[in-house]
Write a protein that binds this ligand. Structure first.
Ligand code: ADP
Ligand code: MG
Length: 291
């Protein structure tokens, strides 16, 4: 495209709230044939709330007080949900030492001389926790499109907390626009399969990958590029930064983390997924103009 038509295109995209930070992204956007979407904060609002408390051999207040003891040290959206619920119920979080966040798995620390962990089933099982007593609660939570977080002290499960995040009101419509223009849409998430499936269905996506560790999101992007797709990645989290950088065009949600924004060519200032088909349509029109 001529420098002039690109400038017009960049200006047009800005009117739609798509800030183009890398000049060639506008031209590449028109060639995209696969859009990969992160789930939390991208398809969903990113403000999860606690929906269920299922305690095992302890009461709900203890479950929440111990979970909040860990999450008060974390910046993950899931952490916000748990500390907010504790404070709403008037529960003061317990104190832990040696706090650590394990990317894509959960959080841990030392409480009362024992290892306290809060995270997904796969991780706790790998760490030797007996998780079978949690399965009924897990099923109920995932069927409602919620994320189940298991709490364990030492090798004993103390319960499951269900956290759910609503999808953005216009995510489904934006995804429909992409499908209508012949673009394949895929969701990748670190969340468990059943939850991913429920959210994908709500969003109108039949193509998703669950249980993807943060470092593996970029690998999914590379794999699909290797198959010949021109790939967009859309994300908001620190977790998504390598995948945003690996894509042909990275789109960061404007309310997302700075690291995501810096790794992406385009920032969606309005937070809506409509910015993706908007940018693609503007790009196609820009490139058409110069032929
Ligand atoms: P997503 O791909 O949905 O943004 P992440 O990769 O950040 O998710 O996390 C994947 C999974 O790891 C979560 O669904 C949760 O089970 C677990 N996890 C990550 N961070 C935390 C945390 N702070 N507290 C509890 N669980 C966590
Ligand atoms: Mg996210």
């Amino acid at each position: 495209a001529t420098p002039m038509s690109v400038m017009v295109g960049v200006g047009k995209a800005a009117e739609y709230g798509a800030l183009i930070r890398q000049g060639d992204a506008l031209q590449t956007a028109g060639k995209l044939d696969l859009v990969i979407l992160d789930k939390t904060g991208t398809i969903t609002e990113g403000h999860p709330a606690v929906t269920r408390l299922h305690s095992i051999n302890c009461d709900e207040n203890r479950l929440l007080g111990l979970a909040a003891a860990l999450e008060q040290h974390s910046e993950h959206p899931l952490a916000e949900a748990i500390t907010a619920k504790a404070s709403e119920n008037g529960i003061t979080p317990e104190k832990v030492t040696d706090f650590e966040a394990i990317n894509g798995k959960g959080v841990q620390g030392i409480f009362d001389g024992h290892r306290l962990r809060l995270g997904n089933r796969r991780w706790l099982e790998d760490e030797g926790v007996s998780v079978a007593a949690c399965d009924e609660a897990i099923d109920r939570i995932t069927q409602e499109a919620g994320t189940p977080l298991l709490l364990a002290l030492g090798d004993k499960a103390l319960g499951v907390i269900g956290v759910a995040d609503a999808i953005k009101a216009d995510s489904r419509a934006a995804i429909e626009r992409l499908h209508a223009s012949g673009i394949r849409v895929m969701m990748v998430t670190g969340d468990v399969d059943a939850t991913a499936k429920a959210i994908a269905a709500e969003a109108g996506i039949d193509d998703y990958r669950a249980g993807v560790l943060p470092e593996d999101k970029a690998e999914v992007v590379s794999e699909m590029r290797g198959k010949g797709y021109t790939v967009a990645m859309v994300g908001d989290g620190i977790n998504d930064a390598p995948a945003l950088a690996a894509a042909d065009v990275g789109f960061a949600i404007g309310t997302g983390t700075d690291v995501a924004i810096e790794s992406a060519a385009i920032t969606l200032m309005r937070g809506s997924l409509h910015g993706v088909p908007d940018a693609i349509e503007i790009s196609r029109a820009t490139v058409r103009n110069i032929h």
